[in-house]
Design a protein around this ligand. Structure first.
Ligand code: UDP
Length: 333
């Protein structure tokens, strides 16, 4: 059965890959994006409507025009540092924008929402790997806004006929295996694309933030998950609400369950780019504020309940896809 799905933030990194996956599996996709961090050229798998969640008239018109079976909500500001210096922006966009979306969904009886949440809702890990029972004590405003929406969605599920799945991502990375889509953040803050930019000549060097963590090689450990594996979890979550009629406010952590240190990531990337005779200049710097030493997901609940299985779960494949995209961006391919 063909479903009509609204992807809010569908011109961004994760949203654009999501649109492609849904459009290619017989869904009709409508994208709403204000293009503040997304790009028109990434929104190629669905009709793009340029607009903001603050615009309640636009939302009302959109829901009057289309009868949606479900909504996937990616639109948010997501820079941890900026969230600490400009919290007003984060509360306004991430909370009040979401409330506007929920209002229009309730009014139009669209009751299925997949919400993009984050490992940042957990804060400093109390144990590892992090499962869904881990306490949620965010240490930055970005994580706080995402946790607040998780709580709002729980209250809505309790009070209204409204179902949601919150997916907490660990480190999203990689690119479309067919090379059509990839990461285009500006400014870029994420480790893998930054290393690749140092390899492609877009930037001079990469700085390792801290080599004195209590890990084997002293650098931070993260759980890197391929963008298509993230998207397949969203597709399954949507299916569980729309077709299997699961209800309530469900939550799943999404990662591979395997941690890689910054140094290990550097080693893999350097080996991959060396095949193209590219090198990476590596500098060592201070720790970045707010970085826990280790963040690894326990994603067994998503595997058991959604039937999710990551398939691009080795770091080299992730890096190869991201490098293919970076080479295209810099005309090196
Ligand atoms: N990192 C780094 N240098 C950089 C950017 C990131 O050493 O220029 C480290 C960062 O401290 C963290 C890991 O790489 O341990 C992943 O950071 P990223 O910003 O990609 O994702 P996060 O874990 O913050 O969501």
């Amino acid at each position: 059965m063909k479903n009509k799905i609204l992807i809010v933030g569908g011109a961004g990194y994760i949203g654009s890959h999501m649109a492609k996956m849904l459009a290619n599996t017989n869904n009709e996709v409508i994208i709403l994006d204000n293009l503040s961090t997304g790009f028109r050229h990434l929104a190629k798998y669905g009709e793009l409507i340029v607009g903001d969640l603050a615009d309640t008239h636009l939302l009302e018109n959109l829901f009057n025009t289309h009868s949606f079976d479900g909504v996937i909500h990616f639109a948010a500001n997501s820079l941890v540092g900026e969230s600490m210096t400009n919290p007003a922006k984060y509360y306004r966009n991430n909370i009040s924008g979401t409330l506007n979306l929920l209002d229009v969904m309730l009014r139009h009886k669209v009751k299925n929402l997949i919400f993009s949440s984050t490992a940042a809702t957990f804060g400093e890990p109390e144990y590892s790997p992090i499962d869904e029972n881990h306490p949620q004590k965010p240490i930055n405003t970005y994580g706080t806004t995402k946790l607040m929406v998780e709580k709002i969605l729980q209250d809505y599920a309790d009070a209204y006929d409204f179902n949601s799945v919150c997916l907490r991502y660990f480190n999203a990375c990689g690119a479309d295996p067919e090379g059509e889509l990839g990461e285009c953040h500006d400014p870029e803050t994420h480790l893998i694309p930054l290393i690749l930019q140092a390899a492609s000549g877009k930037r001079e060097a990469i700085t390792v933030f801290g080599r004195d963590y209590p890990t084997d090689d002293g650098t931070c450990i993260r759980d890197y998950i391929h963008i298509n594996d993230l998207c397949s979890a969203h597709a399954l979550a949507l299916d569980s609400l729309i077709n299997q009629q699961k209800s309530g406010a469900l939550r799943y952590n999404l990662g591979n369950g395997a941690g890689f240190s910054v140094q290990q990531v550097l080693d893999v990337v350097q080996a991959v780019v060396a095949e193209d005779n590219c090198t990476v200049q590596v500098l060592s710097g201070e720790r970045r504020a707010g970085d826990p030493a280790v963040l690894v997901a326990d994603a067994q609940k998503a595997q058991k309940e959604l039937g999710w299985q990551p398939i691009f779960n080795d770091l080299e494949t992730i890096v190869r896809h991201a490098w293919a995209w970076e080479k295209q961006l810099r005309n090196l391919a």
